[in-house]
Design a protein around this ligand. Structure first.
Ligand SMILES: Cc1cc2nc3c(=O)[nH]c(=O)nc-3n(C[C@H](O)[C@H](O)[C@H](O)COP(=O)(O)O)c2cc1C
Length: 196
């Protein structure tokens, strides 16, 4: 069970927003993080794909591990990386990058995505020409800055010259169905880029 603000609560919109943030933080502190098993990189002759996760409470990380299995089963060669260990130069050197990230706080990146997010937005971020990418953004439209971190990555990487493989998909609380849709679109576009 999680704590929520009743719609009939006698508070203003701003007060309800503040209370929602407070209760969400409390709920996520009380809930154990999603169980996430380690998944090794799948090496083979398939299309090499780097999957990056930015996650505060484990949802995006768990989806990253699921995506490794989905793409590996289709013959691709996915590698999963925690964004905390990734620099813009690593992105510039990768051919295909898939980003799964939540938004936390007031429209902020999750802790493990903050350094990469900041470095990519700095004036000396490298060109990403030649990189193709896609973003799955986890969020909650109850917050004013819905999916802001995912949107930031999508906009900034395109600005730096990267090509959009599949346009951003934004998840509003539920992420299972949008994740399945995103995976299908990715499979199709990776199959096309494999024969191109
Ligand atoms: C304290 C808190 C703050 C949040 N702030 C935002 C926000 O500003 N914008 C948004 O779209 N979602 C926000 N969310 C929703 C999360 O992005 C969503 O729960 C997501 O599934 C978390 O994924 P993760 O476990 O990978 O971090 C917030 C959630 C919490 C608990």
């Amino acid at each position: 069970m999680s704590l929520t603000v009743p719609t009939t609560a006698p508070f203003s919109g701003a007060q309800k927003m503040w209370l929602k943030g407070y209760l969400d933080a409390l709920n996520s502190a009380l809930m154990p993080p999603a169980a996430v098993e380690a998944v090794p990189a799948i090496t083979g002759n398939g299309v090499p794909v780097t999957i990056l996760w930015g996650s505060q409470t484990g949802n995006s990380e768990a989806l990253g591990k699921k995506l490794v299995k989905v793409l590996g089963a289709k013959g691709h060669s996915p590698t999963l990386r925690d964004m905390a260990g990734v620099a813009p130069a690593d992105l510039a050197a990768a051919e295909r990058v898939l980003i799964i990230t939540s938004t936390y706080g007031d429209g902020e990146p999750p802790d493990n995505a903050a350094a990469l997010h900041a470095a990519l937005h700095s004036a000396d971020a490298p060109s990403l020409t030649g990189v193709s990418f896609s973003v799955l953004a986890l969020g909650d439209s109850g917050y004013p800055d819905f999916c802001k971190c995912g949107r930031d990555f999508q906009n900034r990487m395109a600005e730096l010259g990267a090509e959009i493989l599949v346009p951003i998909i934004e998840c509003d609380v539920d992420y299972d169905e949008p994740f399945a849709r995103w995976s299908r679109l990715l499979e199709e576009s990776l199959d096309v880029s494999a024969v191109a």
